[in-house]
Design a binder for this molecule. Structure first.
Ligand code: SF4
Length: 305
């Protein structure tokens, strides 16, 4: 496990920076993996088994990219038509950056690709049904935020959007594009948002007023208002989760926890629940650099993290 020094100002920009030694880092996606199913965490974070992108994940990535770019336009130009015009260029950009996305459609399957682009545009219609981006000026988009908790654990992740009201109130917004039943994923989505709320509270000294899940497929908004006491408890949960991950790693013991989310798991063939056998535990687990965050593409379960 690596240890690096970072500077922690405990949310006070005027305070003398305090160097802290970071032993490990945890993102909301990986923490949620462990909560969902310890074996899934192992497959993704320790074995680092590849997961082929699915059409649903690719659609989520594309819609997130369009919504991010939409706010580059002047406010008055943020119309459904403009968003629609961004779909194909953003898809072309994503395919250039991640060529394996092109393998989602067979060579010459123009109709499949066109259907896919139309389905992304349909999700954007869901967005415009619940928000008017001409009236919004996000403070941050696709921003990497991080904080040190428990003196040595770096928690960090990318939030889709952060809105700041004139009175300083924060609203964290997360776009959900997945077609999976919402009840199967809502707890995971809220866990992720509380993770961001904790980071913002610890770094800026402000508890976000609203955590917003924006379901594009259903054109619905789910708002949640956290409070400081809850975030204190949540911080304890995150630290306990990390300790459990460390113990499981030391014992090389990551058990499957079957649930409805198994239907979206890429690793059923290696999972004992489905008659599979996990690969041998890696001899030396390469610890990720806690200060470097390689953002992985959205991966199920969670579909559009
Ligand atoms: S199939 Fe289910 S139990 Fe098995 S690793 Fe995936 S999520 Fe866990």
């Amino acid at each position: 496990m690596t240890a690096d020094q970072v500077i922690d100002t405990h949310g006070d920009d005027t305070a003398t920076p305090v160097p802290v030694t970071v032993r490990a880092s945890l993102s909301p996606s990986r923490a949620a993996d462990f909560k969902t199913c310890p074996l899934l965490y192992r497959f993704r974070s320790i074995d680092r088994l590849p997961e082929r992108p699915t059409v649903e994940q690719a659609r989520g990535t594309l819609v997130h990219a369009v919504l991010e770019r939409l706010f580059d336009l002047p406010a008055t130009a943020r119309t459904p038509e403009s968003a629609g015009d961004l779909v194909t260029p953003q898809w072309d950009r994503l395919v250039t950056e991640e060529p394996e996305l092109a393998t989602l459609f067979a060579d010459g399957d123009t109709a499949g690709r066109e259907d896919f682009l139309r389905s992304a545009a349909a999700l954007l219609e869901g967005y415009f049904a619940v928000e008017d981006p001409r009236r919004l000026e996000p403070a941050e988009r696709e921003a990497l935020i991080s904080a040190v908790v428990d003196g040595e654990l770096l928690i960090r992740g990318y939030l889709d959007r952060l809105d700041v009201a004139p009175d300083g109130a924060l609203r964290v917004v997360d776009y959900k594009t997945g077609g999976a039943p919402r009840e199967a994923f809502e707890a995971r989505a809220l866990f992720q948002l509380k993770f961001y709320a904790l980071v913002l509270w610890r770094t800026r000294g402000v508890v976000p007023r609203v955590l917003r899940l924006l379901y594009l497929k259903d054109a619905e908004i789910c708002d949640y208002a956290p409070d400081a006491e809850e975030l204190v408890r949540f911080e304890r949960t995150v630290v306990a989760l990390w300790r459990a991950i460390e113990q499981a790693t030391a014992r090389q013991d990551f058990r499957p926890r079957p649930s409805r989310l198994c239907d979206w798991c890429s690793h059923q063939a290696r999972c004992p629940t489905f008659g599979g056998t996990p690969p041998p535990f890696p001899v030396a687990v390469a610890a990720p650099d806690p200060l470097v965050d390689a953002r992985s593409r959205p991966a199920t379960p969670g579909a559009d993290e």
